[in-house]
Design a protein around this ligand. Structure first.
Ligand code: NAP
Length: 400
């Protein structure tokens, strides 16, 4: 009964708010909806929210960022509200801020937290309040980004965090694991985890294995029974071998391509370019067999590669299934949404099996207030086999 009354009150408030939109009403529509939202915090679809406002990292003029207060968003169809516990940084965060130059957007792609509210059309038996989740958002373009106390997330993009992973560790899962899935199983049709491995094993080259994407690509390749060859700075070789790499090469070695081609007896057919900049395309192309092969890449190649080399470019944002600008306009297809759903379920299963380990973390001391510093560190090219992470409760003004 209480639930019924509260839903009616909420619906009435929404109607009043709509009628205020074209009048001189002093109460803003947004405020009315918010009051009803707080009221409906008493019903099972929402956790009681302590406030109507939250802190978030906003883009400001000059491609800079600043922590500001804003209203907690309301989940729409097939969305949940996630209360962020920790968030992690990706190169796309500084690149989008710098290239898109949207002022007043919330920054951040990777997050981990708990479900705090469930929108319409969401199966609330499957997605329960308090569930531990992680994933990807498209930050720095609009008012929904990961570097905030709360954000809205499409349910099909949620990764389940097992108890064995802390929120700080899980914050790095989104982009790294979904990109790996796209490179292996959307761009190419390589062996999968939990399936019978091919015999003899498929050999895959993972270029830039110490990058965040490489870290997950090596592990997923190994879990899929593949033979893994990777490149990185030599200081990371022991760690990458412990993750599952069978052979490591130095990407700075002028003869790296010839050495990989000799090691693979001119038979290498599959590669994932986790750097996709400068000359990586060319070097990978030279390492593949004379007949050619397929390279999954994270940016389009500016170079024309030799005959027989297929380049397959994907963006993790496609899996969110919303049109976006980066910098041109992309219109994800229905199959991207379905793939995102499949990929995040697969990642959740692999996590549950306990066979994945996180990248070493570089935790900044002041939570969201440290983001400007973290962005600078990353933009200066200082990140090496580590994941910049921010704990939300470390932010001045936010209580644990
Ligand atoms: N398309 C997509 O959806 C997508 C998704 C994820 C990432 N990306 C893009 O992919 C790139 C990698 O992202 P990430 O987050 O995985 O990277 P990251 O963790 O920030 O990468 C850092 C690593 O880059 C490596 N590196 C530096 N110079 C290199 C070179 N010349 N050749 C090869 N590796 C080099 C370093 O390896 P060492 O420490 O071994 O020197 C370092 O560990 C970025 O440009 C990012 O924007 C795109």
């Amino acid at each position: 009964m209480t639930l019924f009354i509260l839903l009616i009150v909420r619906s009435l408030l929404t109607d009043i708010s709509k009628s205020c939109q074209n009048s001189s009403c002093k109460v803003t529509p947004q405020r009315l909806i918010r009051d009803s939202y707080i009221l409906s915090s008493c019903i099972p679809h929402f956790f009681p929210l302590p406030s109507t406002d939250m802190k978030a990292v906003f883009t400001i003029a000059g491609a800079r960022v600043q922590v500001r207060d804003t209203e907690i968003p309301i989940p729409k169809e097939e969305q949940v509200l996630v209360k962020m516990v920790a968030v992690a940084q990706n190169p796309t965060d500084w690149k989008t801020i710098k290239l898109a130059r949207v002022v007043g957007a919330i920054v951040g792609t990777d997050y981990a937290g708990t479900i705090a509210g469930v929108g319409p059309g969401v199966d609330d038996e499957k997605y329960k309040l308090g569930d531990r989740v992680a994933g990807v958002l498209h930050g720095s373009l609009n008012k929904n980004g990961a570097f905030a106390e709360y954000a809205l997330v499409p349910v099909h993009s949620l990764i389940r965090i097992p108890d064995s992973w802390t929120f700080e560790e899980a914050a790095q899962l989104g982009v790294g694991t979904t990109t790996t899935c796209q490179c292996f199983w959307q761009s190419q049709n390589l062996p999968k985890p939990f399936e019978r491995p091919s015999s003899p094993p498929t050999t895959v080259l993972i270029w830039s294995g110490a990058s965040a994407t490489g870290h997950y690509a090596i592990q997923f390749a190994k879990l899929s029974g593949m033979r893994v060859i990777t490149t990185s700075s030599p200081k990371h070789w022991d760690r990458l071998k412990a993750l599952g790499a069978d052979a490591c090469f130095d990407y700075n070695d002028p003869e790296v391509s010839e050495k990989i081609r000799a090691y693979t007896e001119n038979k290498l057919k599959y590669a994932v370019d986790c750097f996709s900049e400068k000359t990586s395309f060319q070097k990978i192309s030279d390492a593949l067999s004379e007949e050619g092969g397929t390279i999954s890449c994270l940016f389009p190649s500016p170079y024309k590669l030799r005959a027989g080399i297929k380049l397959k470019f994907t963006l993790a944002y496609d899996l969110l299934a919303e049109p976006y600008k980066f910098p041109k306009v992309y219109n994800p297809r229905a199959e991207d949404k379905a793939f995102g759903d499949w990929a995040t379920d697969l990642v959740s299963e692999v996590l549950k099996s306990g066979k994945l380990v996180p990248l070493p973390m570089k935790l900044y001391p002041n939570g969201l207030a440290s983001v400007q510093e973290g962005l600078r560190y990353m933009q200066e090219g200082k990140v090496s086999a580590e994941k910049i992470t921010y704990r939300i409760s470390d932010t001045p003004g936010i209580e644990a």
